[in-house]
Design a protein around this ligand. Structure first.
Ligand code: URP
Ligand code: ZN
Ligand code: ZN
Length: 468
């Protein structure tokens, strides 16, 4: 099957140009001006006049069906990847979880079994490491070789998954030899728990106290600490869900002294704030995630960080829980509210709206943040994240002028609220194609079930500075 996409403006991280795209089977065969005029024909034609043709989005941080806080994230690999596709994301990287006392491989097998035959977009997996021991370190070597080269460790959650500094250093040293990449959830968990205890003792149980307990200074401290550990270990490090100016300052300082530190932020930290956590009638519970939403004045710093390159990409940390029955578990005690927000469907459009429409950066930087750098850092480039002959035909026909209003009534995520309810945005994808198959056309699902494939990813050479 050959499909020609004509009359559009092809936007990649490198530049924009009027060009046509020929898709042959699952991959891009040709990119160039006036392909029909050069005699190129196809069985199907998509007229992208007045619109942009961009690489499909890559969200490197999602949690489908994650068990957390006595409940389970409400999107399955099926519903969550379908919602991702509606929002222009054609690849996700989710997290398999090692149980304490269990193996990394057991966690990986469990996630693979959940996703296989259900996911509708391509997916990779990181592994969350809860227990850094000799066996787990040896397993990391094997997993890197098998296409799972990234491992998330935590300086938070002492009761469940936190690693101490020695364990983090050991895991980092291991990646120096095996080519993997350590991802860090950087908040000072023990200090946070001390502040939580102070606030609970004072009867401060509303959702906003979740945010007021998890101080930005604790994120800054933990970010500096893990960066310093990575410097000592001689490896790059990747900071997940960076939320605050305090953490950004540490990343910027480290990059200026030449440390290969990489960081993502998420739409919730760019668009939402501590004020949302303080909404009355327990509505603030909808906004409980960790790190928490910050005072509004952090947002401008994060946007500036994205524009300047101090932050390299935007992921979602999609981890949805219904307000009814799930977030409600924490009525009267914010500690029992499951941590996490829905967002996989809105990321591509929100970053376009806030970044490009908002005048903070151009369309090429937007593509870089939502698709190209994610592909490069996580071993998928140039198969994903660009528009070039030989790359997978993961493509969006994106209308930069079309307006839509975000609402739980119309979204496709399996969750009963939207964090952005009523927000009118500009710019959205009309057509979403994954490996040459159209999944979404004008807001209607037209793709096959179970289309997604597991992605074996390359080791983290880009994070180490290899640009070849
Ligand atoms: O609140 C969050 N972020 N939930 C998901 C788990 C994590 O730490 O990323
Ligand atoms: Zn985390
Ligand atoms: Zn997460």
């Amino acid at each position: 099957m050959r499909t020609l996409i004509i009359n559009g403006t092809v936007v990649t991280a490198e530049g924009s140009a009027r060009a046509d795209v020929l898709v042959e089977g699952e991959t891009i065969a040709l990119v160039g001006p006036d392909l029909p005029g050069s005699g190129v024909s196809a069985e199907a034609t998509i007229d992208a006049a007045g619109r942009w043709v961009v690489p499909g989005g890559i969200d490197v941080h999602t949690h489908m069906e994650l068990p957390l806080g006595g409940t389970v994230a409400s999107d399955t690999f099926e519903t969550g990847t379908r919602a991702a596709a509606f929002g222009g994301t054609t690849t996700i990287i989710d997290f398999a979880a090692q149980q304490r006392g269990g193996s990394l491989r057991a966690g990986l097998e469990a996630s693979l079994a959940q996703a296989e035959g259900r996911a509708v977009v391509d997916y990779g997996l990181h592994v969350m490491v809860a227990d850094v021991n000799d066996a787990a370190l040896a397993e990391m070597d094997a997993l890197v070789a098998e296409g799972v080269p990234s491992f998330k460790l935590f300086t938070a959650y002492p009761a469940t998954v936190m690693s101490d500094d020695g364990a983090i250093y050991r895991a980092m040293r291991r990646t120096a030899a095996n080519g993997g990449l350590i991802l860090m959830h950087a908040e000072n968990g023990p200090a946070i728990d001390a502040v939580v205890a102070e606030n609970i003792a004072l009867g401060r149980t509303d959702p906003v106290w979740h945010g007021r307990s998890r101080l930005a200074i604790f994120e800054g401290e933990a970010t500096n600490r893990v960066v310093r550990l990575a410097e000592a270990a001689g490896v790059p490090v990747y900071i997940v869900h960076l939320s605050s100016r305090d953490a950004l300052d540490e990343v910027r300082a480290a990059r200026r002294r030449g440390t290969p530190v990489w960081a993502e932020t998420c739409p919730q930290y760019l668009f939402l704030s501590l004020d949302d956590l303080d909404r009355p009638e327990f509505e603030g519970a909808k906004f409980v995630c960790s790190p928490p939403l910050r005072p509004r004045d952090h947002q401008a710093d994060l946007w500036a960080g994205l524009a300047a390159g101090d932050l390299q990409l935007v992921a979602t940390d999609h981890c949805p829980f219904d307000f009814r029955g799930q977030k409600e578990l924490g009525r009267g005690d914010f500690r029992r509210i499951p941590n996490g927000l829905p967002g996989v469907e809105d990321r591509v459009d929100l970053v376009h709206f806030g970044g490009v429409v908002g005048g903070r950066f151009g369309p090429e930087r937007w593509v870089d943040l939502v698709a190209t750098t994610p592909a490069k850092l996580f071993g998928l480039y140039p198969r994903k994240g660009t528009i070039a002959p030989g790359s997978d035909a993961d493509l969006l026909v994106f209308d930069p002028a079309r307006r839509r209003t975000i609402s739980a009534a119309s979204h496709h995520m399996n969750v009963d609220y939207s964090c952005y309810e009523g927000l009118e945005i500009q710019g959205t994808a009309d057509i979403v194609m994954s490996r040459g198959t159209v999944l979404v056309r004008d807001g209607t699902w037209v793709g096959p079930a179970g289309h997604g494939r597991f992605l074996r990813r390359a080791p983290a050479t880009y994070a180490r500075g290899d640009r070849s």
